[in-house]
Design a protein around this ligand. Structure first.
Ligand SMILES: NC(=O)c1ccc[n+]([C@@H]2O[C@H](COP(=O)([O-])OP(=O)(O)OC[C@H]3O[C@@H](n4cnc5c(N)ncnc54)[C@H](OP(=O)(O)O)[C@@H]3O)[C@@H](O)[C@H]2O)c1
Length: 387
């Protein structure tokens, strides 16, 4: 009798015990409400504290953003300024710069505009000096300025490559050299906005990819020797962002067709990130002293794929290049403001890229041929602030 009753009793006891435990574990939904409320309160408090910390750390600081006259640079200047920093922004176009500064001042930000061509080393150095003088020092320098030409490699000249290198490699190099000592004194930050294009070369962006690869090495090289200097070096790797820059891009070969694929990729919500979110991430990373920031999941995926299987990634790029417009018998060249697609396909493209068109209006980008010039976004809110 005992041969089967004892194991049966033990099994029944174990079953009853585990049932009781399961019951205990399975809390009723109503019991979870206080935990959910406590979690939400903790989340909100953490975010309020982080905002407060950012405001404390940036209030009264001097921030220089190259290429801050439009696009991401302007959005970054607004973000830094909204926490009480004074900002200096630079660009080549005087009118655009004035509109950007007026827009920043309209938001209560102490801002100074410096007209400068970063492709000229002397102008780059002088611009850093002027910014430091006007702001009373330098706490953060953001190497953000960039130029982009889109088209088949056969339409790109040596001068295109030289321009890309001058603005996106030599410019940041001269800015970093000129600012380093001041940043060392202020225990400040040097931030460089690179690109996923610097990690894997996409088709039809040849000069850009070359210059961005060099810029990544510049920023990583500076970071590698920054320990103990007091300067924090941050490398930012964005994927596609909705900065409205498609209007300023120069398209070559078959401009309308090049514009169509580029504007679509840069404007699709799932593929690209809003400039507002990107700016918030960059400012947060700067304040926290993060060394490396990859901005979009697509960029992270691209970097991982290239690291694990560079040959395969190259073949995928080649396939994408084969699908892109070929060089026409009579190649042309047009800026995005004049390369817009006409008719019904143009209307469909506009509808799909409405968010990027809106960003172009808010971020002081050139107006499309035949439409009114932008107003610098002085009175327009940053919807992303709460998004
Ligand atoms: N938008 C994207 O999807 C994306 C993706 C990855 C990385 N990025 C990088 O993010 C940064 C900002 O991009 P964005 O889209 O905001 O570009 P953007 O709208 O075209 O703005 C570029 C800025 O750089 C300035 N600039 C260009 N050439 C210059 C020069 N020679 N000297 C001085 N300033 C110059 C421009 O002003 P002027 O024209 O008046 O000189 C403008 O203020 C760039 O480095 C870009 O490569 C952008």
């Amino acid at each position: 009798m005992i041969r089967w009753t004892l194991p049966a009793a033990l099994a029944a006891g174990r079953w009853a015990l585990s049932r009781r435990r399961r019951r205990r574990r399975r809390a009723r939904p109503v019991e979870l409400v206080p935990w959910a409320v406590a979690g939400a309160a903790a989340g909100v408090s953490a975010s309020v504290l982080a905002e407060h910390r950012r405001a404390t750390l940036l209030r009264g600081r001097a921030v220089l953003v190259t290429g801050g006259s439009r696009g991401l640079g302007l959005r970054l200047a607004r973000e830094f300024g909204s926490y009480g920093a004074s900002v200096a922004v630079c660009g080549r176009d005087r009118d655009r710069l004035d509109r950007a500064v007026a827009g920043l001042a309209g938001r209560g930000i102490r801002a100074h505009g410096i007209q400068c061509d970063l492709a000229d080393p002397e102008q780059a150095r002088a611009m850093v000096e002027e910014a430091a003088e006007r702001l009373g020092g330098l706490d953060v320098v953001v190497n953000n300025a960039g130029v982009l030409r889109v088209g088949p490699r056969a339409t790109m000249t040596t001068a295109d490559l030289e321009e890309a290198m001058a603005v996106m490699f030599w410019g940041p190099y001269h800015v970093a050299r000129a600012a380093w000592e001041r940043l060392r004194e202020s225990q400040g930050s040097l931030v460089t906005i690179t690109s996923i294009g610097g990690h894997l070369a996409p088709p039809h962006l040849w000069p850009y990819a070359c210059a961005k690869a060099a810029q990544v090495a510049l920023s990583e090289g500076l970071a590698a020797e920054s320990l103990g200097t007091g300067v924090r070096v941050t490398t930012v790797v964005p994927g596609l962002m909705r900065t409205g820059s498609h209007r300023a891009v120069l398209f070559s070969g078959a401009p309308e067709r090049e514009y169509a694929w580029f504007a679509l990729c840069a404007g699709l919500p799932l593929l690209s990130m809003s400039a507002d979110r990107a700016a918030r991430r960059v400012v947060r990373a700067t304040v926290r002293g993060h060394g490396y920031v990859v901005l979009t999941p697509a960029a992270r995926l691209g970097m991982a794929a290239h690291g694990l299987a560079p040959g395969l990634t190259q073949r995928v790029s080649a396939l994408a290049g084969w699908l892109l417009p070929a060089v026409p018998p009579e190649p042309e060249e047009r800026p995005g403001t004049e390369a817009a697609v006409q008719g019904v396909p143009g209307q469909v493209l506009d509808a799909l890229t409405a968010l990027n068109e809106d960003a172009a209006r808010r971020l002081n980008q050139p107006a499309r041929a035949g439409s009114a010039p932008p107003g610098g976004g002085a009175s327009e809110p940053d919807p992303g602030r709460s998004a």
